[in-house]
Design a protein around this ligand. Sequence first.
Ligand SMILES: Cc1ncc(COP(=O)(O)O)c(C=O)c1O
Length: 434
Amino acid sequence: MDSLDSFWMPFTPNRAFKAKPKLLAQASGMYYTSHDGRQILDATSGLWCVNAGHGRRQIVEAIQKQAAVMDFAPTFNMGHPLAFEFTEKLSGIMPFDLKRIFLTNSGSEAADTALKIALAYQRMRGQGAKTRLIGRERAYHGVGFGGISVGGIVRNRMTFGTLLTGVDHLPHTHGLPENLFSKGEPEHGADLADALERIVALHDASTIAAVIVEPVAGSTGVLVPPKGYLQRLRTICDKHDILLIFDEVITGFGRLGAAFGADWFGVRPDMICMAKGITNAAVPMGAVAVSNRIHDTFMQASETPIELFHGYTYSGHPLACAAGIATLDIYAEDGLFARAASLAEYWQDAIHSLRDARHVIDIRNLGLVGGIELEPRPGAATARALEVFDRCYDKGLLIRVTGDIIALSPPLIVEKDQIDTMVAIIRDALQDTP
Ligand SMILES: Cc1ncc(COP(=O)(O)O)c(C=O)c1O
């Protein structure tokens, strides 16, 4: 490799990275191998996505085979069997009546697709004034204009103009002092969902199409919803005829110890966005699962032959479908969602054992997700966490940091001794960091 100049890296301090690059060269099971030949234990499933562990033979072979049989086929007004086979299989694990699948290539596209379906659905059923979209503070729904509009991360929004109009935000669910060091769902704060009533009172329900939330907000530092919060959101949405969209790009595919967050919380959304674990990240893919009711409205009420003017060249790409089928087979054959559930308590105890570690001011968890919040260094927010990240990497552990929060999400194949190793390295790294 001659130069690092050409690749403008995403969500990266390019200048700092290129001065001290970290390059990964191989991956297998729970480990990456760095370009200088070190084994790096993966505590983040790559980027919350390699849920079945790296380099799964079944997935590799499925992709190789499909690449040789048919590299690409369009899905606009044409089809190929794998896209139908894959969505049929995926539909089989979707909760409630979310059985109709629209395919995208990423989580960002899934979020934008769901928002567009919500708007088109309202119009299709004669509720064309319902155009407002409600997101939440500290939400991440990818980087499309729809996603950043309903998202709640100021730096992802502030430099990109006025974004979508007619968007409002719920308050985030974090920060109640009585919820510090909660194990699993925090006890307090279900009433934060009542903010939706205030938004309805302000704008009127007749103008609101949909609410979108992550069941557990991942990217802004593992914000687990208070007990009863999501149920309450559902009730308020029902009361005012508002769609509820769950963005499960992170919480999908076993991360919480059930197929989807909707299963885990027992709350029925009208749509689920997914990506990442859908193909174990081996080929990019995303999807939106839509309730039969929404889908059927399009099929019955559309006045144009094409019911939804939306789609991507690569919606249902053959390689992604092949990877997706193999991935769903692995999840089922290895019982990985149940495995995540059975490890959740061990995981909880392990990461909460860091309560007395240096700089730690909060810890939270659900399923195989963990967030460890550090006291920010005065006048230098994020600096401490970034140093901890570097130290962990030097000690052979890949973690993820967001702000001053360590966010952990190991592959669902993780062993207990590997969880112990993760916790020990993080403790050491915290200790060594001023
Ligand atoms: C909840 C959520 N939605 C959407 C996205 C965006 O996905 P992608 O990066 O595949 O576009 C992410 C990525 O982390 C996410 O966590």
